[in-house]
Design a protein around this ligand. Structure first.
Ligand code: FE
Length: 218
């Protein structure tokens, strides 16, 4: 990357220096980028989908965020019947809360005092995007994809999550046909909290399993 700097005015007379940002078109084009564009063009040319439908799908993907998954977890914490339905069928339980979990089945895996779950896609980047948004870059890294399977406790420790030796760590390998969502344990001290407050304790990383739910006041 170029380290050349330049300045711009921000209207208020303030100027600052920062590295120049290369235009997207100046970046090398990868194999999958070519394939994606070619496939999109063919599908549109053949009338299978319209350009607007493709755009809408991309817009929908970009609109997804961890707040959707957090709502499901918080409801499960306060409503045992809902929790049972969530463990049975995430997509169906999400629909009860008017949350669109998409067409690909998602399975919830519950953390307990004995078992800690963590998700990975060893092949690529399969992830419950409909409920927690696009995956972070590290989720797609070769190191996370390979090491989480080989040495999950060491990887978790690097995220600051120490799992006791008396606990079992279960690693779930996501696929294109089945994705996982970790249901973190409800933290101590949250007994009097309402559903909305509880949802604030459920961060993205706790639903991947590399972290625990936040403690109240944390
Ligand atoms: Fe994948």
């Amino acid at each position: 990357m170029s380290t050349e700097t330049h300045g711009h005015g921000h209207g208020d007379g303030h100027r600052h220096e920062h590295p120049s940002q290369p235009d997207l078109e100046d970046q090398p084009v990868g194999y999958y980028q070519v394939m994606t564009e070619a496939l999109g063009e063919v599908l549109i040319d053949k009338g299978v989908i319209t350009a607007d439908e493709l755009r809408q799908q991309v817009e929908w993907q970009d609109s997804r965020a961890p707040v959707f998954g957090a709502k499901l977890i918080a409801r499960a914490w306060v409503d045992p019947d809902f929790k049972e339905r969530l463990l049975e069928d995430v997509n169906g339980a999400a629909a009860e809360l008017d949350i669109d979990a998409g067409d690909i089945p998602i399975r919830a895996v519950e953390n307990t005092g004995q078992v800690h779950n963590v998700i990975v896609c060893t092949l690529c980047s399969c992830y419950p995007r409909s409920l927690i948004g696009l995956p972070p870059d590290w989720y797609k890294s070769r190191a996370y994809r390979s090491r989480t399977v080989r040495e999950p406790r060491a990887v978790l420790a690097e995220f600051g999550t120490e799992i006791g030796d008396d606990m079992e760590v279960r690693v779930h390998d996501s696929t294109a046909d089945l994705r996982y969502l970790v249901m973190p344990m409800r933290p101590a001290g949250s007994e009097d909290m309402g559903e909305d407050e509880l949802a604030d304790l459920v961060g993205r990383d706790s639903m991947i399993g590399v972290a625990l739910a936040r403690s109240p006041g944390e």
